[in-house]
Design a protein. Structure first.
Length: 259
């Protein structure tokens, strides 16, 4: 009887990683992916990525969006039935509209949460945030200039970063706007997500990953260890210098920068 129970298929369950650029979502995803118990977490619903994603997972690239959703939920789940996906605030509303337009998970009157949970079984929400918004904006400005959105040892910048206060100001506004989008979304659906702060993730990486797993009710066998992330933190002396220069400009009001 015991062996029969062990062979029963796992019930499918899902979670959405709710993120903003440079919030630490890649660091968090590294830990959740490498344990092979929390889904093959990816940004599967960014339109420009979908054709490649469908090809990589053996999904018919000509299938409609509802079929693509069902296909990727099945193909990218780990053996225990968990599927994870990342959504950025800037395309959240378009993502919701595309699901609704399929008609497969509800109609125009179906609430967002009900529609999402029809598309993604037993869906839960994890949000990654960063307390230091200035450093987040600087990190985004550097990524825009270098092309390095996920820093790894084998990656090289397409250009060297140059201090640009106007770009940093725009990135700071982007961060605030996207976090507002998420706040409005959670208020609308009546959900408080499980929140992870980037600074805590850096201070206690293993503890933060385990906290997410506890929230998702994912058991981690003792033999599986949480190792260091493959993503390299960008924060360095250059970020320190840029922050100091930006704050000086803002206090002097010598250039147009966001407050």
């Amino acid at each position: 009887m015991g062996s029969f129970v062990r062979l029963l298929p796992h019930r499918r369950r899902s979670y959405m990683l709710c993120a903003v650029a440079r919030s630490g979502s890649n660091l968090l995803a590294d830990g959740l992916v490498q344990i092979r118990r929390a889904g093959r977490l990816g940004q599967y619903f960014l339109p420009q990525n979908e054709a490649r994603t469908a090809h990589d997972h053996g999904i018919d690239s000509k299938a409609n969006f509802a079929a693509y959703i069902r296909g990727i939920v099945s193909a990218a789940a780990t053996a225990n039935g968990v599927f994870g996906f990342k959504i950025m605030g800037w395309y959240l509303e378009k993502f919701l509209a595309r699901i609704r337009e399929t008609g497969a998970f509800g109609d125009a009157a179906t609430p967002d949460l009900e529609m999402l949970r029809r598309a993604f079984p037993r869906l839960q929400f994890v949000q990654i945030l960063r307390r230091n918004k200035m450093r987040q904006a600087i990190s985004k400005a550097r990524a825009l200039q270098t092309g390095l959105w996920k820093i790894q040892q084998d990656k090289r910048p397409v250009a060297e970063p140059q201090f640009d206060p106007q770009l940093i100001a725009r990135c700071l506004e982007d961060v605030r706007r996207e976090e507002s989008i998420w706040a409005q979304f959670f208020k609308r659906i009546g959900i408080e997500p499980f929140r992870v702060e980037y600074e805590d993730l850096c201070r206690d990486y293993e503890g933060s990953i385990r906290a997410v797993l506890d929230f998702l009710q994912v058991r981690l066998p003792r033999r599986i260890k949480i190792t260091a992330p493959i993503t390299i933190r960008q924060t360095d002396a250059l970020s320190d210098q840029w922050e100091e220069r930006y704050l000086t400009l803002r206090s002097d009001r010598s250039e147009l920068v966001a407050s």
